[in-house]
Design a protein around this ligand. Structure first.
Ligand SMILES: Nc1ncnc2c1ncn2[C@@H]1O[C@H](COP(=O)(O)OP(=O)(O)O)[C@@H](O)[C@H]1O
Ligand SMILES: [Mg+2]
Length: 329
């Protein structure tokens, strides 16, 4: 910790992932909010200069505003853990599970929550057993419509709704462009919500859910990052009992997966009020059109103060070896 209560942070933004543009916007927003809250903040990219920079000039904690693989699959966090650099958010090994959508669904279903029935298969299975035969089985078992998405990824890249079996082959080709494994699940008709959780363990609490209403009907990349293409209602316009169950899902997801400091769970509420888990994000978007900052505002919290508290929590943690995180590279 630097002296006299004067905190210093590094925000990591950029990266090589497909979501670089979004990350840069998130990073700017986080850095501005932290500075406003009195935290001296630099924005760095996750490149070969990062470790030497953190070693030469240690800060209280790092905030990871990287989306996609670099920020969310645990690899960068593993290196920060090795280097003894405190960071805000979920530890590396926990990220690996949350980042892999089928793994996260398995954990969340075991915790007693709904998630659309699914199958996850690597490209090789379709090649070896014949794509047509395997796809026929999937349609016979899961029915239509289906949702196709890369098992790992974000920002709705490669995500497609399949209304007819004849659309499956080309959608699969598109999906495999983003990763080796495709997740195919039942399409759930209903109201989409994003529920952010702050804190860790017993202290985890859900913020007001954001209801998402894309003008086009599909919450795709354009609908997410183009101002005006999607209407957001915070808090979501749900019945009180549904509001409660949506919040409970997000907190249970956060705890069951061992997430820390912040997360955002994406879910769909069906016509009967059933709440279906889609996925959880350990490095949620922080841009002007992102849901976590909307939830923070709806909870009447100040974004800068909330982020500053996360920096302080990260700085005070002991590292994975059980010692205070003061070891520097
Ligand atoms: N099973 C599903 N039923 C209906 N809509 C879905 C389903 N899965 C995903 N979607 C839609 O696709 C979007 C992206 O899916 P999601 O699982 O959140 O992946 P990511 O945000 O990581 O790309 C969601 O925000 C939602 O609009
Ligand atoms: Mg999502």
């Amino acid at each position: 910790m630097s002296g006299a209560g004067f905190e210093r942070a590094v925000v990591l933004a950029g990266g090589l992932a497909l979501e670089r543009e979004v990350s840069l916007r998130s990073g700017r927003r986080v850095a501005d909010a932290l500075r406003h809250a009195g935290v001296e903040t630099a924005v760095l990219d996750a490149d070969a200069d990062l470790l030497p920079a953190l070693a030469a000039d240690p800060v209280d904690a790092v905030f990871i505003a990287l989306h996609g693989a670099t920020g969310e699959d645990g690899s960068l966090r593993s290196v920060l853990e090795l280097a003894g650099v405190p960071f805000v958010g979920t530890p590396a090994e926990r990220c690996r599970i949350a980042w892999d959508k089928p793994s996260a669904k398995t954990v969340v279903r075991a915790a007693g929550h709904l998630t659309p029935d699914w199958v996850a298969l690597p490209h090789a299975t379709f090649r070896e057993l014949g794509a047509g035969a395997v796809l026929d089985l999937i349609v016979a078992r899961l029915g239509l419509p289906l949702m196709l998405k890369p098992a790992q990824g974000g920002s709705a890249l490669g995500v497609e709704r399949i209304g007819a079996a004849t659309d499956l082959p080309s959608a699969m080709v598109n999906c495999f462009a983003y990763g080796d494994t495709v997740l195919i699940e039942r399409f759930v008709e209903g109201t989409e919500v994003a529920v952010s959780v702050l804190g860790s363990d017993e202290e985890s609490r859900a913020l007001p859910a954001v209801e998402i209403v894309p003008a086009s009907g599909v919450f795709d990349y354009a609908a997410r990052y183009t101002a005006g293409m999607t209407a957001y209602h915070t808090p979501a316009r749900l019945a009180p009992d549904v509001t409660e169950r949506v919040a409970q899902l997000a907190v249970d997801v956060h705890r069951a997966l061992g997430l820390r400091d912040l997360s955002r769970t994406d879910a769909i509420v069906d016509a009967e009020g059933g709440v279906h888990f889609l996925e959880v994000n350990v490095s949620p978007g922080m841009t002007q059109t992102s849901m976590l900052p909307m939830s923070i505002a709806a909870a009447r919290l100040d974004l800068g103060q909330a982020l500053r508290a996360m920096i302080a929590a990260a700085a005070s943690r002991t590292d994975m070896l059980g010692t205070k995180s003061t070891v520097r590279v």
